[in-house]
Every structure is written in structure tokens, then in C-alpha cells.
Design a protein around this ligand. Structure first.
Ligand SMILES: [Zn+2]
Length: 348
């Protein structure tokens, strides 16, 4: 019997306690909660399956099981009166769409390293790579390890971290912090400020604008001289020089302005973060995280910013990998209020 059902008098009926767990799993997942986090929450409440915490695969099987919708398929035949419906259709459909998009759901046997290519060692600066090993009881364990320490044996002090621990830790902290309205406001305000700074401080653009003003003046002077009858081969040549210089400057100014004058409205910046938070973990990490620097006692999360730097990156509306604007958010293994404040790193 799938979780949530039992047989009474040779009929399949709802087992209300277990059905509550199924609904909980669906609701949480539809809200964007990561499956390991759901399992942790269940375990925390003393909810087990056959005496053990729910396995990832079990939860994914539950999330894909049409019986909870009241549907039972046998080859091409559909029966709607065998299993009573447990999960509301709206939530089931939402979850089905998410599971289909989610690699975890599709290929649950293949290990997905959520943080691959995002991790850097805070001590030696080498990337942190993903790997697996087998423990003495035959269990496969996945780790994130410093390449400097492991491959180059540079004596780096960074210790290996269990994959599940680190991924949950990072996701939980990001979800929790970004769901706080004042944290979101701090980020949005900071990015608006950063955007203003970027646009103000563009020396190339400023130089070109000054040069344009000078060229325009010189051209005006020359034109009034010509009006007064001073016209020769020299003035004619000078006129063409100034005209072509002016049009070239104007072209370059447009290019430079399109690079820097990206004035995203506050609502777009906010939307970028809010929508990223609703995505599957892999997508969420790709969208939001630029880099995570690991130490033994803390991690620093560098967020991507929706501010774009180049017009070429315009295809998706935002630059997800803006190198000039990002924010580190420091998360401590041991909470330390002084270290938990968000800081802006202006790296323009
Ligand atoms: Zn290292």
C-alpha cells in the first residue's frame, strides 16, 4: 500500500494520519522546500517510515504517485474509483510540473552536486571539488573537498564536508534569510545604490562627453567664421575633420552608455530575487549564487546580481553573473550576531 492508504473490508481507504504526512510533503514541495529539508522536518517531528527516516527516493516516489490524485492506471485503462484522492488537484499539478523540471526527480539515482563549480577554499583559494567514497559499512558518502589539500597536497587546513550537510546548510540559510522582508529590502536598496554609483563613475564616458562638448564648440566657432566669409581649403578640411570626429564620438558615447546606464527599476531587482527563490534548488543556486567561499568556521556567500554590465548579456533580461556587483553574506557555523550582518562589497 502506498503511504496514506490502508485496506479495510477489502477496500482501499485513506489512513488519515499517514495521509496527513503525504499532504504535508506535497505542500512543502510545492512551496519550494528542498526534499532533504522536508525529510529533516519529518524526522524532527518523529515521523519515520518502517522505523527509519524517509529516503530521498521514497519522497520522490510519493511526489510522483498519481494514486494520490485518485487515479490508478493499468496499461491504457484509467480507474478513478479505486484509490480515494488525498492531494488536492491544484497542488498535485503544481508538484508534477516542479518534479518534471527537477533533475532530482528524473534521475534520482544519479548524484547531483548542487554546489559544484560554485565553491572555493577560503584558505588556499583552490576550488572545492565534489567526490564520493565508501565507508567501512559499504555506504556511499559524498563529500566536498579542497583540491589544494587533496590533489596538490599544499597542507591546506580546510576539512572535507558532507555533501548533504553543506547543501542543506546553504539552501536553508539562503531561503530563510531572503524570505525576511528587511533582508530583501537591504539587498534591493544596496543594488539600487550600487547601480547609481556605477552610472556616476564612468571615467571613459565622462571624458568622451567632455570631448564632445569641446568638438561641438570648435565646430560652432568654425561655422560662424565661415558665415563671416572666411572659407578656404584649410577651413573646409577642418570642418570635415570636426564633423567626422563628432559623429564618431556620438557613436562611441551611445555604446558606452548602453554598457553602463542600466537603470533597472527597483521592482525588477526585487522580482529577480523573489522569482529565483521559487525555483528548484539547482536553478535557485545557479541564479542566485555567484560563489561560496568555505572556511572551517564560516562560509561566505556571494550573490549574483541582476544588474547587467554589457548589452550583449541582454538576451535573458538580466545578467546572472555580473562580476562588478555582488554581495557577500556571511553565515557562521556557530552563530555570532556580529558576523551575521549583510555587507555590501562594492567592486566596481
Ligand atoms: Zn584549501
Amino acid at each position: 500500500m502506498p503511504n496514506g492508504y490502508k485496506v479495510v473490508d477489502r477496500k482501499i481507504v485513506i489512513d488519515s494520519d499517514r495521509a496527513e504526512i503525504v499532504r504535508y510533503i506535497y505542500e512543502q514541495y510545492s512551496l519550494g522546500v528542498y526534499v532533504p529539508t522536508i525529510i529533516k522536518a519529518l524526522t524532527g517531528r518523529g515521523v519515520y517510515r518502517n522505523g527509519k527516516p524517509f529516503a530521498l527516493n521514497t519522497v520522490y516516489q510519493i511526489l510522483k504517485n498519481e494514486k494520490y490524485l485518485g487515479i490508478y492506471r493499468n496499461k491504457d485503462e484509467v480507474f478513478k474509483n479505486i484509490y480515494p484522492q488525498i492531494v488536492p488537484t491544484e497542488i498535485f499539478d503544481k508538484v508534477r510540473r516542479k518534479v518534471e523540471k527537477n533533475k532530482f526527480g528524473k534521475r534520482s539515482t544519479q548524484t547531483v552536486y548542487l554546489l559544484r563549480h560554485k565553491l572555493k577554499c577560503g584558505y588556499c583559494g583552490h576550488p572545492i571539488s565534489a567526490e564520493s567514497g565508501t565507508s567501512s559499512n559499504g555506504e556511499v558518502i559524498h563529500y566536498y573537498k579542497c583540491i589544494g589539500r587533496k590533489k596538490y597536497r599544499n597542507g591546506c587546513e580546510k576539512t572535507a564536508l558532507r555533501k548533504e550537510f553543506l547543501e542543506n546548510f546553504v539552501l536553508e540559510n539562503i531561503l530563510r534569510e531572503l524570505s525576511k522582508p528587511d533582508m530583501m529590502n537591504t539587498i534591493v536598496n544596496g543594488l539600487m545604490h550600487l547601480q547609481e554609483m556605477q552610472n556616476k563613475e564612468n571615467p571613459i564616458l565622462n571624458t568622451m562627453l567632455a570631448e564632445k562638448r569641446q568638438t561641438q564648440n570648435a565646430l560652432n566657432n568654425l561655422l560662424s567664421a565661415i558665415e563671416q566669409g572666411i572659407f578656404s581649403n584649410t577651413t573646409n578640411k577642418r570642418l570635415h575633420e570636426l564633423e567626422s570626429k563628432l559623429s564618431e564620438l556620438e557613436r562611441n558615447i551611445v555604446i558606452e552608455q548602453s554598457k553602463t546606464a542600466v537603470t533597472l527599476p527597483e521592482s525588477s531587482i526585487r522580482k529577480f530575487y523573489e522569482q529565483a527563490l521559487l525555483k528548484e534548488p539547482q536553478m535557485l543556486i545557479n541564479l542566485l549564487i555567484k560563489e561560496i567561499v568555505l572556511y572551517n568556521d564560516k562560509i561566505i556567500v556571494y550573490f549574483n546580481s541582476p544588474l547587467q554590465t554589457s548589452p550583449d548579456e541582454n538576451s535573458q533580461g538580466f545578467s546572472f553573473y555580473d562580476e562588478t556587483a555582488f554581495m557577500p553574506y556571511i553565515i557562521q557555523n556557530k552563530p555570532n550576531p556580529a558576523m551575521r550582518a549583510i555587507r555590501f562589497k562594492m567592486n566596481v
